[in-house]
Structure formats: structure tokens, C-alpha cells
Ligand binder design. Structure first.
Ligand code: KDG
Ligand code: MG
Length: 412
């Protein structure tokens, strides 16, 4: 069970992915997702230059010890690059342990706590009619829970809308499926919070009138509001019974959520850009959120995110793991094994990957009637076709950013 080989594989089938592949002396392989959208090569360098030499010869069975060694011995702790690199090692070691045991990883984590994972997809539109079509399309694909994003009158291009200018310029890649633009420099978008705050409640009213009270609806504020603006939005959305309001304020200031919480009962989800349990310390202890948005890929792997979720469970806070297309099939599988096993699972974000990605990453997870299941293959259940991956070399990509009308850079 000594680690004999550690390869960092970069491929760009529909988008960029960074994968760590570990091979043991007895021939077992394990995969880990290290994709950090728009900053992929920083993690590649961290892994290749600093982590791979530490892995060779190590005992692949010692997952906790390897995690602690990589985290503590570096001296420089936390941060998305470090934690994505550690996450990839951690996932790959769980994959190997599962294969060695002949069991899917969720069995090693305590076994299934449910039959499947409720997942939500992304509906969006430039106007209500386009949005309704997108909701219907998602329902036809089996989605039972749906995120609602809408364009805002007067703003030409904003986060999460499929059919905007960016999408057309980007020749057919649906924007809500892929905000990162390959080639060129970051797209500039525009933003006005007051227009947004006026418009979004009218969209939710229309969606509830069209689709009724049952369907769980979600919304992503993408870090753009001040605490008092977020409080205002949460309050104005209360009549539409959201499953959650996500990332209503920039995530760095945990105290901001106290103020939001004082004013609204709309459930809050946060944390897709958090990377350790310490980012959650105050907001969990003070019960300022309802869902943890961290991805396995960006939060130190299965080992660390399980600790975050176990901590959250003491406060009735549930999981809502990040699952956009920039989480590779390996990272998605890791999320599903963890989500199936923990008691405090809430919901899983799930955006299907493109056909080229599915050809590079052979998956055994399933999508059935709105529910995901990681499958029962030993390990994580995802294999990488190295030859196919080699057909898609890395292409630099940037996430967009935005400016206010007066030219000020705003939060994206
Ligand atoms: O890499 C950034 C995207 O993953 C992010 O913008 C998607 O906010 C997102 C979400 O909720 O899926
Ligand atoms: Mg989000």
C-alpha cells in the first residue's frame, strides 16, 4: 500500500479540470479532484512542486495522518490552493481505501443514511417566459428542486443567466452551466443592487403563481449585498417560501449574517468559497446559517468536510454541497459518498457535465427521478481515461467580474 506514483493530470474537455492520480505499489489507483476554477495552474504547481515529493513512499492507508501532515507541516495554512491540493490527496486515498476493501466509500463512512440524494438544478431566463421554459426543462429532466436566477431590467449581463450576451459570444456554451470563459481575459459584467432588490421578488411571485407552492425553490445572491440589503431581500422573499437564499453577503465577514438573521426567516446557505472548519466557527455556533455550501474539492477533502458537517449537525445545520460544472465528476462522486452517509444531508447541487467530460471521466453515479446515488463500485466509482484526457489540453479561463455604473469593481 505504499504510494508509488503520483500524477497531476490537467484536461479541458468542456472546461478545465485538475485531477490527482495516485498509484500504489500493489497497483491500486485513486483519483482526487483539485480543480480551482480560473486558478487551476496554481494548484497544479502546489501539487507537483510541493506535495507529490511528500507522497511517494507513504502508506496509502494513513488518510488522517497524511491530511494532518500536509496541513501542519506546510506551516502556511488554509486558503483555496492549499485546501484544494489537500482535498485531492484525501479523495484519492479514500478511493484507494475503498478499492482495497472492495467497498464503495460511503460504506466506509458508516453506510447509507438514505436511498438517494435530492439534487437541485439551475433554471434561468432573461425574462419570465424564458425562465418558465427553463424550469419546465429541468422538471422534464427529473429535477424536483430548482434554483431560480433572472436577468434584471437595465443590466445587460449578470451572474447565472443562460442566454445572455456572454453566452451568445461564447458560441453555445450555456452560461449558467459554465461561467468561466476559455481564452481571452475576464468578461466584464454590470451590477446595480437596488434594481436587483426591486426585481427579484417579482420573479419569485411569478414563479410561485406558475408552478405552485410545492416545488423547492433556491436563489443565489452571489456575494453582492451588504448585510442590510441581504436582510431586505430575505424579508421580501419570505412569502415565496425559499428552500434557501445563498451567499447573500460576501463570505469573509461571518458577523454580517447576524444582522441578516435578525430580520428574516428565509433560510440561509453559505460557504462555497470557504475552505476550513474555521470559516464556519462563528456562523455555526451562533446558528446564523441553515446550510453548509462547501464542496469536498475546496474544503480539504472528505476527511475535513465530514468534520465541518459533524460540527454543523449539532446545530441542526445541514449540507448543501457545491456542485457546479467546475467540480469534476471525481469531486461530485466524493460529495455523493459523503452526502449519502451523513445524517444531516440537506440537498446536493447538480449540474450535468458535458459529453466530452463524461467521456474522459467514466462514472458510476446515477441520476434517477431527481435523486443522485454514488453507485456501488469499490472506491469513489470514477475512472479517468488518460488517453481521452490527453486530447484536451489546458486552456486558460477566467471567471467574469463586474463593475457598478460609476466604474467601481463590485463583488462577483
Ligand atoms: O467557480 C465559481 C462557480 O462555481 C460559482 O459561480 C457557481 O455560485 C455558484 C453555484 O452556486 O453553483
Ligand atoms: Mg453559489
Amino acid at each position: 500500500m505504499r504510494i508509488d506514483k503520483a500524477e497531476v493530470i490537467v484536461t479541458s474537455p468542456d472546461r478545465n479540470f485538475v485531477t490527482l492520480k495516485l498509484t500504489t505499489a500493489d497497483g491500486l489507483t485513486g483519483l482526487g479532484d483539485a480543480t480551482l476554477n480560473g486558478r487551476e495552474m496554481a494548484v497544479v504547481a502546489y501539487l507537483s512542486e510541493h506535495v507529490v515529493p511528500l507522497l511517494l513512499g507513504r502508506d496509502a492507508r494513513r488518510i488522517e495522518d497524511t491530511w494532518q501532515f500536509l496541513y501542519r507541516s506546510a506551516y502556511w495554512r488554509r486558503g483555496p490552493v492549499t485546501m484544494a491540493a489537500i482535498a485531492a490527496v484525501d479523495m484519492a486515498l479514500w478511493d484507494i481505501k475503498g478499492k482495497a476493501a472492495g467497498m464503495p466509500v460511503y460504506e466506509l463512512l458508516g453506510g447509507a443514511s438514505r436511498n438517494g440524494l435530492l439534487a437541485y438544478g439551475h433554471a434561468s431566463g432573461r425574462d419570465n417566459e424564458e425562465l418558465f421554459d427553463s424550469v419546465r426543462e429541468h422538471q422534464a429532466q427529473g429535477y424536483r428542486a430548482i434554483r431560480i436566477q433572472s436577468a434584471v431590467p437595465g443590466l445587460k449581463s449578470i451572474y447565472g443567466i443562460a442566454s445572455n450576451a456572454t453566452y451568445e459570444e461564447n458560441s453555445g456554451v450555456r452560461y449558467d452551466h459554465e461561467p468561466a470563459q476559455r481564452g481571452g481575459l475576464p468578461n466584464e459584467e454590470d451590477w446595480d443592487t437596488r434594481s436587483y432588490l426591486r426585481h427579484i421578488p417579482t420573479v419569485f411571485e411569478a414563479v410561485r403563481n406558475e408552478f405552485g407552492p410545492e416545488v423547492p425553490l433556491l436563489h443565489d445572491g452571489h456575494h453582492r449585498m451588504t448585510p442590510i440589503q441581504a436582510a431586505q431581500l430575505g424579508k421580501s422573499l419570505e412569502p415565496y417560501d425559499l428552500f434557501w437564499l445563498e451567499d447573500c453577503t460576501p463570505a469573509e465577514n461571518q458577523e454580517a449574517l447576524r444582522l441578516v438573521r435578525q430580520h428574516t426567516t428565509t433560510p440561509l446557505a453559505i460557504g462555497e468559497i470557504f475552505n476550513t472548519v474555521w470559516d464556519y466557527q462563528q456562523i455555526v455556533r451562533e446558528q446564523l446559517i441553515d446550510y453548509v455550501r462547501s464542496a469536498v474539492t475546496h474544503t480539504g477533502g472528505i476527511t475535513h468536510l465530514k468534520k465541518v458537517l459533524d460540527y454543523a449537525s449539532q446545530y441542526q445545520i445541514k449540507s448543501g454541497m457545491h456542485g457546479p460544472t467546475d467540480i469534476s465528476p471525481v469531486g461530485m462522486a466524493a460529495a455523493m459518498h459523503l452526502g449519502l452517509s451523513i445524517h444531516n444531508f440537506g440537498i446536493q447541487e447538480y449540474m450535468k457535465h458535458g459529453e466530452k467530460t463524461d467521456a474522459v471521466f467514466e462514472q458510476s453515479y446515477t441520476w434517477n427521478d431527481g435523486f443522485l446515488h454514488p453507485g456501488d463500485k469499490p472506491g469513489l466509482g470514477v475512472e479517468l481515461d488518460v488517453d481521452e484526457a490527453g486530447n484536451y489540453p489546458y486552456i486558460r479561463a477566467y471567471l467574469p467580474y463586474n463593475r457598478l455604473a460609476d466604474g467601481t469593481v463590485h463583488d462577483w
